[in-house]
Design a protein around this ligand. Structure first.
Ligand code: AKB
Length: 316
């Protein structure tokens, strides 16, 4: 039986990985931490939960020992757009939290999952079907922390034999916990506004292509890679995964197949647009497919139908 620790467990990705892990491995075998405990009561009260700063290695170490943890999901991070507002804080949190987790993992023999991002690429990276192994010179501080994080995780694997694994996530679209501070957040907001007011004002240009993934596929990927046979892994930190690539105009067109009078207008945020323009349009994910059988279930049509139905059912 696995004993899992999820750091940053109440965020967009953390809350859904936590829910799925508790279903699969049992409530008592999935320990959660976050720097807040005032959201998602069912998660906070549904099993072991600790209020901890991800950089506090001593506290994380004590939790790992107490619960006999073998796998750490390190999910605490400042996202791309918010990071540009306070780059030093983004560096301190993203890198300080990660190295604390890696040190605890080294001392206690844990495996570590770390999310990287399409943000780990930059303007000199090939833009279409971006290969697994290619140029990584990001121009956002978030991207700098993601590349540094990938390298640090590889270093801990080679130097200390820590079983580190990671995924370069596209923009993640979900309906349980809202994202915050990301460049791809528009692709979530658009569904809520479509249901509420049949209109959305988008902060990116209508022709901005980015890779996206629906949450059920993102959760499946994060769990599947940690369960993969290590003998098959030629790469580790971090794997490209791809599910769909679209621009706001296309997403709006798919929404119109359900809400015919939906309209979209644009009020461009220059900081977010510059970040989006520096990222790939679409990733190539052959390594993930071959090394741990990655296969997404949702495309834009299926995701749009599911998001709109879920939001409408909840009356949001
Ligand atoms: C962001 O927009 O910052 C994130 C990401 C793609 O890593 N969603």
């Amino acid at each position: 039986m696995k004993n899992i620790l999820i750091i940053g467990s109440l965020g967009q990705l953390g809350s859904e990985i936590a829910l799925e892990c508790r279903k699969r491995y049992g409530d008592d075998h999935v320990v959660l931490t976050d720097i807040r405990n005032d959201v998602n009561k069912p998660l906070v009260e549904g099993g072991p939960f600790y209020l901890v700063d991800a950089r506090d290695g001593q506290s994380v170490d004590a939790i790992v020992k107490k619960h006999n943890i073998d796998t750490i999901y390190h999910l605490a991070a400042v996202l791309s757009a918010r990071a540009e507002k306070d780059p030093l804080n983004a560096w301190n949190l993203n890198m300080g939290g990660l190295i604390a987790s890696l040190e605890v993992a080294k001392a206690n023999g844990c495996a570590v999952f770390t999310p990287s991002s399409i943000g780990a690429f930059g303007p000199t990276t090939p833009k279409q079907y971006t290969p697994q192994d290619t140029i990584q010179r990001p121009t956002s501080i978030y991207g700098v922390t993601k590349v540094a994080g990938e390298l640090l995780c590889d270093y801990y694997y080679h130097k200390f034999d820590v079983d580190t694994r990671g995924i370069r996530f596209p923009g993640v679209i979900s309906n349980m916990t809202p994202p915050g501070g990301g460049t791809t957040d528009y692709a979530v907001e658009i569904y809520y506004e479509a249901v509420k007011s049949h209109h959305y004002t988008c902060f990116l240009r209508g022709d901005t292509y980015l890779d996206m993934i629906y949450m059920p596929d993102a959760v499946q990927a994060a769990i599947q890679i940690m369960e993969a046979n290590p003998a098959r892994l030629r790469h580790r930190n971090a794997f490209n995964i791809a599910a769909m690539s679209f621009c706001p105009e296309e997403q709006a067109a798919y929404i119109r197949t359900h809400i015919p009078d939906f309209t979209i207008s644009y009020d461009i945020d220059p900081v977010k647009q510059a970040i989006a323009d520096s990222w790939p349009d679409s990733l190539e994910d052959y390594a993930a497919r071959v090394e741990w059988d990655w296969k997404p279930r949702f495309d834009l049509a299926a995701m749009t139908a599911d998001m709109l139905t879920t939001i409408q059912r909840r009356g949001e």
